[in-house]
Design a protein around this ligand. Sequence first.
Ligand code: 13P
Length: 336
Amino acid sequence: MAERLEDIAARMVAKGKGLLAADESTGTIGKRFKAIGLESTADSRRDYREMLFRTDEAMRNYVSGVILYDETIRQKAADGTPLVKLIEAAGAVPGIKVDTGAKPLALRPGETVTEGLDGLRERLAEYYEIGARFAKWRAVIDIGPGRPSHDCINANAHALARYAALCQEAGIVPIVEPEVMMDGPDADHDIDTCYKITEWTLKTVFQELYYAGVSLEGMVLKPNMVVPGSKSQKAASPEEVAEKTVRVLKNCVPSAVPGIAFLSGGQSEVAATQHLSLINQLGPLPWAVTFSYGRALQAAALETWAGKPENVAAAERALLHRAHMNSLAATGAWTT
Ligand code: 13P
């Protein structure tokens, strides 16, 4: 019998564990590789992901699930084992990014709507067969002069709700990810602007999820934290970030949602860990609150690896360390 959505969601946000976002598209991972002078090929991408998923101690103890990209979910390790099997063998849940990217929103310069609904029912059925038990769709909300528009928030929230409903129909837990961007061409906004836009976005998303009949018990929310824009003149203390993030979530996210797993969005590794820990220290909170980090989990591991087989052990230690610190943060136990 198919596992219940609630049970999959509970595994994804199990105490002291979080998600490894390794779902960079081929274009995005290419940029990350280029930054360390590495050529991006199907094999180098496979080698890198295999190194991450074979970090057994991190995977077993601190990683509840891994978000994959279409190429990766079909790839095999060098010894022929499907990467999905490596993840399952470590006790983690395989997941899949199913959106096809943020595309320019018509008549709204500088804004995007995330696409990927066409054929999604069929793709979800195939991913389920391959082993995916959760999916991810990321909506992008950019802050700038006149942005975001109502149209941008509404179109993205509606698409997220349609995606989430299709996932649940397929027995797959949707990660609902509306990202209010901390960087971007005009990211000089202050933390209170981020608060207001995050509030507006989350209110709209949960309204659309309700209209679409999505079961809140069978989803995971992946939001941004409330932070100043990366070009803001006004810094915010880690305590203020935690306090405002908790406040907006309490105001917008029903307690029926089992878990919240943050994106890192361009925060440094240590900042993302510290913020998560401070947020959990403000508990008890009505949901499990953990990480679903990409860059903030992988940065040191990728840099250490640098594409060289002789660096694999050191890179795995870097991933283990960061995953351990985020695991502590997921219960509020990490301190400086
Ligand atoms: P970052 O943590 O690097 O923002 O990536 C998480 C993610 O999955 C974005 O969609």
